[in-house]
Design a protein around this ligand. Structure first.
Ligand code: FAD
Length: 365
């Protein structure tokens, strides 16, 4: 390790932690990533749709909008430069009744307000001339700038670069305690291992508010409720070349049909509040998904659906109230030495490089 450089400790080797580590190294820090699991990206950064989001869903003033828009640009550049499979196949968001059309209209307005000039509104006649003839949609938005990426290749490349530029990864190393003094942070792990650093990035996903609570108290309370998102796979041919989404629901984007560069076509995720981190799927999941998607995709075959996997959206609550945005918290009470990434749910994959870049910029100042 090169001396006289500041040492950053990153807790969590998901996309947010890996991207933060990479930008910290590029801006002249030594970095150690600690990860409690045996492999990188084994939590939410594995269990997602792999979609490069356009940014259409998020209010203009939000961090989700800022980091999704800029992150998408950085992600596509990173993928091009590093031969990571990705495809900007575009996406349709489909409305099936008058109530959904109202929501679709406000989504379209939001898309224009965040600068997505390429999006198009499709009438029923227009959509019947596209692959949406296989759906029961009556209006749709075409979003050509959305796509998919191989998450496995992306996370592997992030790690390769971190290691190549001198970063360190400790797997099967769980942060149990965090000590803070004026200039130093010490992370204590199992087996009496303690690591001292000049700065800390808490990128521990669904555990981030729990780790925050290991540090000096803040005036507000931060907690996480878990929103479980389950997937199925579709083993047969799919008549869609683009991503097919319903209008979004309150806590998720609705069960969508997503081509994958790493697996069979994914169906999902649904949404339910979870009481634990148990990823066992509901035993009726195939039946439920069939009924849900049948209304959208006319000729879906039940026999081709198989059960998949689940991930957890960290639904951040501040003083027990749902907070719908990302929060990048650098408290004075933690001597500005720690940055906590809270509520990094979707579009965290698309936003990851932009979030990582912001972390490095904040620690440079
Ligand atoms: C169902 C679902 C679908 C999604 N689809 C998309 C999508 O299509 N496009 C998109 O842009 N985003 C999507 N997202 C969001 C995206 O997957 C996440 O925002 C992103 O993966 C979060 O990355 P992360 O690094 O913050 O968390 P994680 O990937 O969960 O990484 C956190 C890491 O911290 C480790 N850790 C936790 N506690 C400790 C500890 N005490 N000590 C050491 N290590 C610890 C964990 O083991 C884990 O590896 C989706 C999310 C879900 C749940």
């Amino acid at each position: 390790m090169v001396q006289n450089k500041k040492h950053g400790i990153v807790i969590g080797a998901g996309v947010a932690g890996l991207a933060s580590a990479l930008y910290l190294i590029e801006s002249g820090h030594n970095v150690t990533i600690i990860e409690k699991e045996a492999h990188i990206a084994s939590k939410n950064s594995l269990s997602n749709s792999g979609v490069i989001h356009s940014g259409i869903y998020y209010p203009k003033s939000s961090l989700k909008s800022k980091h999704c828009t800029y992150g998408k640009k950085l992600l596509i550049e990173f993928a091009e430069q590093n031969n990571i499979p990705f495809e900007l196949c575009g996406k349709y968001i489909v409305a099936r009744d008058d109530r959904q059309i109202k929501k679709l209209e406000s989504l379209y307005e939001n898309g224009l307000s965040v600068g997505l000039e390429e999006i198009q509104w499709l009438s029923e006649d227009e959509l019947r001339k596209t692959e949406l003839r296989h759906t029961s949609g009556i209006n749709a938005i075409w979003v050509p700038s959305a796509g998919v990426i191989s998450v496995k290749s992306y996370t592997k490349k992030l790690l390769d670069k971190v290691l190549k530029f001198g970063g360190r990864l400790l797997t099967e190393t769980e942060c149990k305690e965090i000590k803070l003094d004026q200039y130093k942070v010490t992370v204590c792990c199992q087996n009496h291992l303690s690591i001292e650093g000049d700065l800390l990035v808490n990128a521990s996903g669904i555990n981030a508010t729990q780790l925050l609570s290991l540090m000096p108290k803040l005036t507000k309370t931060y907690s996480t409720k878990l929103g479980m998102g389950s997937y199925c796979f579709y083993k047969d041919e799919v008549p869609f070349n683009s991503l097919i989404y319903p209008v979004p629901e309150e806590h998720g984007l609705g069960i969508h049909i997503t081509k994958s560069l790493d697996s069979d076509t994914k169906l999902g995720p649904n949404f339910s509040w979870a009481k634990s981190e148990d990823t066992d799927l509901n035993e009726n999941i195939i039946e439920d998904f069939y009924h849900d998607l049948f209304g959208l995709w006319k000729n879906i075959k039940k026999d081709s659906i198989s059960s998949g996997f689940a991930g957890f959206r960290p639904k951040l609550h501040i003083n027990n109230e749902l907070y719908k945005d990302f929060l990048i918290l650098q408290p004075e009470e933690h001597n500005n030495l720690a940055i906590h990434l809270l509520g990094i749910e979707s579009p965290g994959l698309s936003a990851s490089l932009s979030i990582g870049k912001e972390i490095a910029q904040r620690f440079r100042q």
